[in-house]
Design a protein around this ligand. Structure first.
Ligand SMILES: C[S@@+](CC[C@H](N)C(=O)[O-])C[C@H]1O[C@@H](n2cnc3c(N)ncnc32)[C@H](O)[C@@H]1O
Length: 208
């Protein structure tokens, strides 16, 4: 099964995620100057919609058109001004950002099917504008509702491993956050669990 087929099927019939913003993303974004944002693997758009409502100009990319359709509908329902979110259906394995962004985020960009995650994140770092932030939030360990396929493909990196994998040049980047945060969550099938998130934020130096 291809990556696109897997995710299209995953999103085919019912809403998968809560539709709410990831709390850590909201906390970080509240401390930033509003500008342009790139949301990698945006899913059904919970983060993109929250950012857009907070005034960000958002480019939201996902491989699943089903997920993007749900995101578009949710944005309309939330009265997000038209044009505030550009929804892009693309495989991040080959997609190249056209410009630079004040915030590039990847929230739970993890997949039980093939995903060149490190390559995507390294490329995404090059799309962070001077003074901008790269924010990566991910499962530091497998959520209980993930199936065994996750063992084969998904990367569950702690913050230090994530930072090392990014290979950021310390002359150009400051890692301002690299920690594990715990939170209570409810999975797609209604089961509750306490999860460990790896949170990494790196800030790119300004040009001046
Ligand atoms: C675990 S979900 C996270 C969704 C969302 N960011 C969130 O926090 O709820 C991972 C997302 O990455 C997307 N994805 C996986 N592989 C991808 C790829 N190669 N290119 C683009 N999107 C991809 C999936 O379609 C899915 O929406």
């Amino acid at each position: 099964m291809t990556t696109a087929d897997f995710w299209e099927q995953r999103y085919a019939s019912t809403q998968v995620w809560s539709g709410r913003v990831n709390q850590t993303l909201a906390e970080v974004a509240r401390g930033l100057v509003v500008g342009s944002a790139l949301d990698l693997g945006c899913g059904e758009g919970g983060d993109a919609i929250w950012l857009a409502r907070a005034g960000w100009q958002v480019t939201a990319v996902d491989i699943s058109t089903n997920a993007l359709e749900r995101g578009r509908a949710a944005a309309e329902a939330a009265r997000v001004p038209s044009g505030r979110i550009e929804w892009v259906a693309a495989d991040l394995a080959s997609w190249r950002p056209a410009g630079t962004y004040d915030l590039v985020s990847a929230c739970f960009l993890q997949s039980p099917v093939s995903l060149p995650r490190t390559e995507i994140l390294r490329r995404a770092a090059t799309a962070v504008a001077p003074g901008g932030s790269l924010l990566i939030i991910s499962h530091a360990e497998m959520p209980p509702w993930a199936n065994d396929h996750h063992h084969e493909h998904a990367d569950f990196l702690g913050p230090a491993e994530e930072v090392a994998a990014l290979g950021l040049d310390s002359r150009d980047w400051d890692v301002v956050l690299a920690e594990v945060r715990e939170r209570d969550a409810v999975g797609p099938d209604g089961a509750s669990a306490r999860l460990k998130d790896s949170v990494v934020r790196a800030r790119r130096a300004r040009n001046d």
